[in-house]
Write a protein that binds this ligand. Structure first.
Ligand code: SF4
Ligand code: SF4
Length: 181
């Protein structure tokens, strides 16, 4: 079998645990989320960004361009219209993503546990591959729902897109909505 290609930390768009105060990476701690519109500034406004539950399991939106910070609140949104597949958009199983499932995040298959909250990343170059359970990067690989399936769940939910709940001020950003199934 060919050796796994190793990548430098910066090349993986590494985001440290401190950048999101230890919380799993998600749209709800990313400044590219436009909270009032429930939309991402990188994509187009047709995609609804909400947490949802499906068969009792929480799913949370996130993509590889997550950077730590607070969602943006504005009445004058600008959308870049990028392809969600190219940005790696998914609904992660749990409260977001990180290397080792810290605080309910979806753990990454590329994390190799060493001790406690520490480990190494299987795809980082070996002289700089130490990571913590609450770190994350764009190459995260873990349990998730596709963004298309998530949109279908939101469409079928008790609070479908036409309400754009946060835009109307009815619900705060990050509210978990129960789906019909
Ligand atoms: S889709 Fe990516 S860039 Fe957009 S708000 Fe979510 S994490 Fe941030
Ligand atoms: S273990 Fe996964 S999420 Fe963590 S740095 Fe490596 S590829 Fe990224």
């Amino acid at each position: 079998m060919a050796d796994l290609v190793k990548i430098e930390r910066w090349g993986l768009l590494f985001v440290g645990g401190k950048d999101t105060n230890g919380q799993p990476k998600s749209c709800f701690n990313c400044p590219h989320l436009l909270a009032k519109q429930e939309a991402c500034a990188y994509m187009n406004p047709s995609i609804i960004f909400r947490r949802l539950t499906h068969h009792g399991q929480v799913y949370t939106p996130v993509c590889g361009y997550q950077i730590g910070g607070l969602p943006t609140v504005t009445d004058n949104p600008v959308f870049m219209g990028k392809n969600p597949d190219e940005l790696g958009l998914e609904w992660a199983k749990g409260t977001g993503t990180n290397c080792y499932g810290y605080e309910g995040g979806a753990p990454c298959e590329r994390f190799i546990h060493t001790e406690g909250e520490d480990g190494i990343c299987a795809i980082m170059i070996e002289d700089d591959n130490k990571v913590d359970s609450d770190d994350c990067c764009a190459a995260h690989k873990g349990p998730s729902m596709t963004w298309q399936d998530a949109q279908k769940q939101i469409e079928d939910s008790a609070w479908p897109p036409k309400y754009r709940a946060v835009a109307t001020g009815a619900l705060p950003a990050g509210t978990v909505l129960k789906c019909a199934n």
